[in-house]
Design a protein around this ligand. Sequence first.
Ligand SMILES: [Cu+2]
Length: 167
Amino acid sequence: MDTKNIYPIAGILILIIGGLIYFWLNMPDKTAENVVGTIAEKIDYSDNTSTGTPSNTAASDTSSEVYEVSYSDTGFSPKTITIKAGDTIKFTNNSSGTKMWVASDPHPAHTDYSETPRDTHCPDTAENAFDQCSDGKAYSFTFDKIGTWEYHNHLLAADRGEVIVTQ
Ligand SMILES: [Cu+2]
């Protein structure tokens, strides 16, 4: 082989090797940490069995959730909500003027959830009676008892809802 031909061939090889090194260095980062982060971002929480929307969707906190139920001129929404024991529901009065007093059925005794009548468990300082015990703009209650708990607005008892608490 003529030695004069070696130089252009060597130059082409250097370009090819240099190009390969360039692409290798610029490949997308596929480290384990990066892949885990990508998967965590793609977890879809929309298959939650509740018809409500958890307001704390942090991936690190799956032990208990806070759900929102809105009270408006058309009543409670969602009317039926399924949660797990230990979850909290925050009822908020968004009506145009109706006062809200959330309470366990039956009206007017409110005995279903707490098994005590209203005049015994109100004011509910222990926060275990599922009875707001007075009207107010918002009421948060943590459900520890498994079951189907029907409730109403004590000040407009035709407005009703249902909380299903599962394990
Ligand atoms: Cu009532």
